[in-house]
Design a protein around this ligand. Sequence first.
Ligand SMILES: [Zn+2]
Length: 508
Amino acid sequence: MSTVEILREEHVSLTEVSAEESFSADVTQGLITDPFASAHSVLPMDLVTRLDCLGLRWDGAELVVGAPEESWPEILKYAQENDLKIKLIAAGVHEIREAISLTRSIARSKDNSFDISVSEVGEAPISNLVQQVIERAVLERASDVHFEPYKDDLLVRVRIDGRLRLLVALPSRLSPAVSSRIKVLSQMNIVERRRPQDGQFSATVGDRHIDIRVSSVATVHGEKLVLRLHDARKQSVSLESLGMSGAQLEIFTRMIRATNGLIMVAGPTGSGKTTTLHSGIKAVSVAWKNIVTIEDPVEYVVPGITQIPIIDPNNAGFAVQLRAVLRQDPDVILVGETRDAETALISVQAALTGHLVFSSIHATDSVGAVYRLLQMDIESHLIASSLRGVISQRLIRRNCRFCATSYKPTAAEQKTLALYGFKATSLVRGVGCTLCSGTGFRDRIATYQVLEMTEGLSDLIVSHPEPNEFRRYAAESGMTTLDHEAVRLASEGITTLDEALTLMVSSE
Ligand SMILES: [Zn+2]
């Protein structure tokens, strides 16, 4: 049976299929239906498109409206004329336009225009479906899209702010056609279904250009494809908006002001290390310096600096590129990742010969990163004389600013805060709105542990202490833990206390 014939039997829409059999209710909530549909319908459509405003939440009495400030006078006038009680929240034009597209996309899927029905001929229905899934994922701010084949379903899940959520469950019979379509797009071999493959393609959604890296593996129920979405528009952020405490920021600034030395950023994959490294690079970027980065892949494209992507990791990996860069008169070097002893050693030598070197390393905490270098056979006196400091980090979800509401902390919450040495008369949580798909969270923020290699710590490392002794000494010199910093963010209303405490479990 050919692909086309398979398609002709199908009639699927995003809303028809229930996935509750495979997933618990909380996973299915929020994405497929729009719990805030009534909020969007309070304002007339011409007002919405003319003024870039959107109803975010409507309880029958008060309407919460997101809009750029220049639209406020007209919206207030409309509210007065129509005897409507509204609360305005400042939002960017882009943010609102994307949210409007998203609500339209959700509404369309309700009207069954996501149908891949019998009336269409050829591969168009499947390519439409794939395109709409990608569009929807981009509008939902997803970082990854998973196509997961199971016995009865092909589940499509999207990762938003670090968590996977179900977008749609398709019948498993569609699986081969969907994976073939994606493999064609990403120039993979469509006949090969057993060996893992990777490829890439790009997509344009609205005014956004998205690079998509695709990988496939064969599972018992067919090929599973994961798409990683990279937004080429992504901008590096300033040091101040990273999420560090005042004291941490001061130390980090001191580290990067040096003209030489090694600065390490530690954390698991997807913990925002690249963002931190690029903020550092941005802060030291001046016209008279030669700044070179070696990255896999290049996520932020920065004008004025030389960026080298790793294209052939086997023959021209980090170590090979780093050696070449050192022959090109660099001032500041960013080595995307220190994966092996050779790269580590060249980085240390570069740091000792008058270069400022930034790099990332896999380690659970800052002290762990120092010991990772020792495991890579870097001599302790070299670490002591080259390393300026290590920053380790995790990402936590931040409260959605469009529906954030403050409340009085419970006795248990006050106790938790006190345990970490904080106090708050009010805490903040998101109550859910259109812009956060009802989750109460929108975007993420990093929580940091900053280890500065003071003279005392440099002396200590040479004597090869046990990691916990080193940790204790660093804590005495003022180094705080990741969960301590997360609780601080909660006490400042940036995230919830529950979200902060997830780090206690996940960081170990
Ligand atoms: Zn919200």
